[in-house]
Design a protein around this ligand. Structure first.
Ligand code: BGC
Length: 879
């Protein structure tokens, strides 16, 4: 192997030289830019409540050896002053640091204030580069800044129609800016002067409402006007007032109440004065066309009850009723600082099957999470039902029997995944406001004939709108389809918290989430969702360290399914965020929780072995001992805790938990490892791959155990024989231990049981069961077998973060040029920029192209074990 071409072309280097030469030392010419400025990992966010927000940035440069050696941060409430860098409210620097991440550490930030900031960086040669000015705006900062009161319509929790609220007010002075802050128990849509505010869906995100409530901030300067104004708020039940009944008893949640909200509409006039329009007794309320809504089942809408103009100033609200004051759902009301849920991708129907003039079946071609939007005209009073499902029967009707088993309806008025629309007689439009579903097919039936065409129903793929930061492309189209299906299932299960499936449960199952965290983080910038979800963990963790198996929960899950194989999210999620982002905040915030959790297991299971857990869920055929898999996860938590202790300078903890790790590892190996044969337990795939992947195997036996695993897989005809826990480990255990070809063979299978088998059978998402004929556990949109997404980056592209220099400050690249693939490409945008691996088979040789982003470096490890140091920039190798 020999390096052929490295870094930038000579011509460009010469240009850079000239530019720097003529511009004088100390300032860069056009070749380096500071880009992607973020606050709390969000671009120019509104409504930040953090006293010490985080700043991050990236470099865009053709100067491939660029390294940041120091930075300075300027913050000011005046944009011009920030630009000039003078009269700073806050200046941090010059700090000798190579990380593009820091905290604001100045005086207390004021509430409701727009701050401008920029960053200046130095390179090794003492040259500087400055960003343009970016901004962020604070929100309430403290709960005592709220002026509005919590109000509701005073109805009972069983009342079905959704409450509408309105208030009119007038302004008489020119408006400089206006902000709306709204906190809700339940869900809401906000309207001002007839216009819906923002494009978020299902706000605020689901939290444990009696412990923590989220509020959302909007810039409504354009909507508030001089003169008469009206504000309208429509409230939905969400998880707050769960009226549908299912096996997790959300209808009995301790927080359950009629939806409620608190709102401050803060108007700043051109003369500098401020007026706040608040939620109080001057509001009026009524019900309307939204006659039922359930986050779990569906929404019912009677278009005949629509009150046109209800959110306009000149509407006659004389029949509307008074509102009621009530207590806040919790004392902890914080800003929702994360990428919101949106209707991200519109989908047109792929086909329409008209069964007769009252029954139509639409097929959207891909399985998604989201909603449909109906455009229809029919006789007034016609009842239209839209049943959403993932499968169709042979006779063409929609089949929901794979997703409704946990639903326990008390009558037939709330059918599963079925919106009901009663037509007004005019042109009607309906899209649910407070529900989403998992579906590919929609069966529309009507009580009287209606005429529907393909355009009558469209769909939206809805999820937390996290930016995509990774791509995969392989010469094998099945692999590409598996990757696409994995991403679709990951996103279908991201709604402000990670879920198991978008139809049957919508539950924050912990196990599914930690299995999928790497898959998510390679492809999507999801840190904000995980930080919110770990705050949900803090709300749910008991004093003894125990967590429920679903988070958030209405109480269910403290007694079932919550062993370390599931609730190790408390350690695994923060640890992976640290590895991918180089940001230790979440790990620090979670430290106490991880410690309580590990201490609890240690106290309950002093031997180092624990039987607490569900084990290798939905396996192909072989079962592995729960004690083995749960003790391995317990070990993983203890290692993360020991590493975190070290990182945060807690030497005593570090020593104590290192000892505990040794004890657990020893206990596992003493009981389960046959040191003669190198076999764990009975030697089935999960039993061999979990100890390898999670680093339980004694170094001297690693090769032997890996060989046993490869032999086992060969004996299983290169097919999977694993459940959820084994799927996380198997491909990595093979490719990390010299058997990448075997791993690829398994990953690329196209017959049962395999990911490819699903794809060959038409899957566009990942399934819950390897057996597609299974009578149970067969949701068609689960992420729990989704580790393959991460493995494509790791096992084939070879891109991995280095725990010693996290956040891809030092990139580990260990690609595998597996038999069966002609070419492969993986890219991931980390904190420093884009990392790329691309390889192509050229006869007997491999051509390899790599990109390492600025301000970082890497190490390439070739299959032979040979290592190469990689500077930032582009590299080409012939191998
Ligand atoms: C969920 C799974 C979850 C499991 C726990 C199921 O009902 O859909 O994904 O992890 O329960 O056993």
């Amino acid at each position: 192997m020999y390096p052929r071409k490295s870094h930038i072309a000579f011509g460009f280097r010469f240009f850079v030289f000239l530019a720097v030469f003529f511009s004088g030392k100390g300032v860069y010419a056009q070749n380096t830019k500071l880009v992607n400025l973020r606050v709390e990992h969000l671009p120019a966010p509104l409504g930040i409540d953090q006293a010490h927000p985080r700043f991050t940035w990236q470099f865009e440069t053709t100067k491939s050896d660029f390294k940041q050696t120091a930075y300075e941060i300027y913050v000011n409430s005046d944009s011009l002053a920030t630009l000039k860098g003078d009269k700073n409210l806050y200046k941090k620097g010059r700090i000798s640091e190579d990380q593009p991440l820091t905290y604001y550490e100045g005086e207390n930030l004021q509430a409701f204030t727009k701050y401008y900031w920029k960053v200046k960086a130095w390179d090794e040669g003492g040259n500087t580069v400055e960003s343009t000015v970016s901004s962020f705006e604070t929100g309430m900062m403290t709960s005592s800044n709220w002026q509005g009161s919590w109000i509701s319509d005073g109805q009972d929790i069983t009342v079905k129609p959704a409450p509408y609220f309105r208030k009119t007010f007038s302004t008489s002075k020119p408006i400089k800016s206006a902000r709306a802050y709204i906190a809700v128990g339940g869900l809401y849509e906000l309207y001002i002067n007839g216009q819906r505010i923002g494009n978020h869906r299902l706000d605020p995100a689901y939290t444990r409402f009696d412990r923590r409530n989220l509020y959302v901030s909007y810039d409504v300067t354009k909507q508030v006007r001089e003169g008469g104004n009206a504000v309208g708020v429509l409230l939905g039940n969400g998880w707050y007032n769960h009226q549908s009944t299912a096996v997790w008893f959300f209808d009995k949640a301790p927080w359950r109440a009629r939806p409620t909200f608190c709102m401050d509409l803060r108007i700043t006039y051109a003369d500098g004065s401020v007026e706040t329009i608040v939620s109080d007794k001057t509001w009026k309320t009524n019900t309307g066309p939204l006659i039922f809504n359930s986050i779990y089942t569906a929404e019912h809408y009677d278009a005949r009850l629509a009150q046109k103009g209800w959110d306009q100033a000149d509407f006659n609200d004389s029949t509307w009723k008074e509102v009621f004051y009530r207590a806040a759902p919790s004392q902890h009301i914080v800003s929702q600082a994360m990428h919101p849920i949106r209707n991200v991708t519109p989908l047109k129907a792929k086909s329409l099957h008209q069964v007769n003039d009252t029954t139509y079946v639409f097929d959207f071609g891909t399985n998604i999470s989201g909603v449909t939007s109906l455009q229809i005209q029919g006789e007034a009073g016609t009842v239209v039902r839209l049943k959403h499902g993932e499968r169709i029967y042979d006779n063409g009707h929609v089949d929901i029997s794979n997703i409704d088993q946990h639903y326990r309806p008390t009558d037939d008025k709330d059918p599963f995944q079925t919106d009901i629309v009663i037509l007004s007689g005019g042109e009607d439009h309906f899209m649910p406001a407070f529900n989403y579903k998992g579906f590919q097919y929609v069966e529309v039936t009507s009580s009287r004939p209606v005429n529907l065409v393909e355009e009558s129903l469209s769909a939206y793929f809805m999820h937390s709108d996290v930016p995509q930061i990774g791509t995969i492309h392989a010469s094998n189209p099945v692999i590409n389809k598996i990757w696409e299906a994995t991403n679709r299932s990951y996103l279908s299960n991201l709604f402000g918290y990670p879920t198991d499936c978008p139809q049957r449960e919508k539950n924050g199952w912990t196990g599914d989430a930690h299995i999928a965290v790497e898959t998510g983080l390679y492809s999507f910038d999801a840190i904000t969702i995980y930080e919110k979800w770990l705050a949900d963990h803090r709300d749910e963790q008991q004093a003894n360290g125990v967590l429920p198996s679903i988070i958030p929960t209405g109480g269910w899950g403290y007694e079932w399914g919550n062993g370390p194989d599931w609730t190790s999210t408390i350690a695994l999620i923060p640890w992976n965020i640290y590895l991918f982002y180089g940001d230790s905040k979440l790990l620090k915030d979670s430290y106490g929780g991880i410690k309580r959790y590990v201490d609890h297991i240690d106290a309950t299971y002093p031997s180092g072995l624990t039987t607490w857990g569900l084990g290798d869920w939905v396996p192909v055929k072989s079962k592995s001992p729960v004690e083995l898999s749960s003790s391995i996860y317990y070990y993983v938590d203890a290692t993360i805790l020991a590493k975190a202790a070290k990182l945060f300078g807690k030497e005593e903890d570090a020593k104590r938990y290192e000892q505990l790790c040794l004890k657990i590892k020893d206990a596992i190996n003493t009981k389960y490892l046959n040191k003669e044969t190198g076999i764990y337990g009975q030697g089935v795939q999960t039993e061999l791959s979990m100890p390898l992947f999670w680093d339980i195997v004694p170094e001297t036996l690693r090769e032997k155990v890996a060989k046993n695993l490869a032999d086992r897989v060969a004996a299983d005809h290169y097919h999977l024989d694993v459940g959820l826990l084994g799927t996380k480990a198997i491909l990595n255990a093979l490719s990390e231990n010299g058997y990448a070809d075997v791993a690829y063979k398994v990953a690329a299978q196209e017959d049962y049981p395999s990911w490819g088998w699903w794809i060959k059978n038409g899957a566009t998402t990942l399934y819950e069961n390897w057996n597609i004929q299974s009578a149970h556990d067969i949701s068609l949109n689960h992420i729990m077998f989704g580790e393959i997404g991460a493995w494509l980056y790791k096992g084939l592209g070879g891109i991995k973060p280095d725990p010693e220099k996290p956040g891809f400050k030092h990139v580990l690249i260990e690609p595998h040029f597996v038999e069966g693939l002609e070419n492969f490409e993986a890219s991931h945008i980390g904190p420093h920029g884009k990392i790329t691996t691309r390889w192509e088979r050229k006869g007997k040789h491999i051509k390899l192209w790599l990109t390492i982003p600025p301000n970082s470096d890497g190490t390439l490890t070739l299959p032979s074990g040979e290592k190469r140091t990689l500077a930032a920039g582009s590299h080409e190798f012939d191998i």
